[in-house]
Design a protein around this ligand. Sequence first.
Ligand code: PMV
Length: 350
Amino acid sequence: MNKFTGNKNYSISTQTVVSSCPSNIALIKYWGKYERQIPANPSISYTLNNCKTNTSMEFVADEKFSVQTFLSGNEEKKFAEKIEKYFRNIEEFLPWILKGKYVIKTENTFPHSSGIASSASGFGAIAKCLMELDHQFSGAQDGDFKERKASFLARLGSGSACRSLYDGLVVWGRTKEVEDSSDLYAIQYPNDEIHEVFRHFNDWVLLIHEGEKSVSSTVGHGLMNTNPYAERRFQEAHENFAALKMILKNGDMTNFIKLVEHEALTLHAMMMMSDPAFILMKTGTLAVINKIWDFRKDTGLPLFFTLDAGANVHLLFPADKDEDQIKEFIVKELLQFTQNNGVVKDVMRF
Ligand code: PMV
């Protein structure tokens, strides 16, 4: 029994709820987990502003439990199976959840093939819908509790989704560096501990390779169980948190860039050292990284990158006086490495 165990006194009715949830991009990466989506190390991400999932959930009370899902109007049977399994898994926390049928309609504001974490925004939006229903069926709940429980439920769908429930910088996983941090849900990193230079940021995602990812995150996390460098990596994530805390407070852009790029390269290095090994970068990914490093050397401007578990490159740069020069460079020099001139332009949501 934990504080999120559901209230057994509920009263259900047919309802449709809607919700929207953004995606997020990690700076310190979550890669490796234990049973029930407990992360092997703490992570921190920026929540995005434009890349979102919008979801409507119709709950028909007292029908046999079933789930039907539609993505941009097309029925997605595989996704429905995944959600069905997920709902069965979280019954302890929402005791009414299997007492009806669901029609879930969802759409992303970003291209499906972009490799932008649609599982994060998708499960975030579903968890928010569920908490809205719970609020109606089990009695009104305090706003903070509702948000925290939504993060807890989103985590059980897809780990990194739990960070999408909050704006700004968001921490998931217990670290002594952040008060109240937890392995069970995410919390917002305190805004007053973040220097102004880190509050207005762009994230332009270069679509180097569109299409299915070569390794799912489930498989990827699993590979950390036998990776000989895993323990050192988990420990380093803790060390990086301590360093990042100072960097965020002091506005130390140089070390921010160094740490964020190091985290991205470490994630990819872990994949290369797995058995079986995966190289998730493409030629274009490497070309872009080298161009960014040359550009920084030549101009001193703060353009840098992070990567997810795929080939696409997230270009990070402050939204300030230099941003026009950086954008011009991206369009002139980096777009050529994308498959179809694909770039998703976003900003961090504060
Ligand atoms: O939430 P998952 O299981 O899809 O894992 C996401 C892992 C990374 O995106 C690579 C890193 C992270 O912290 O978001």
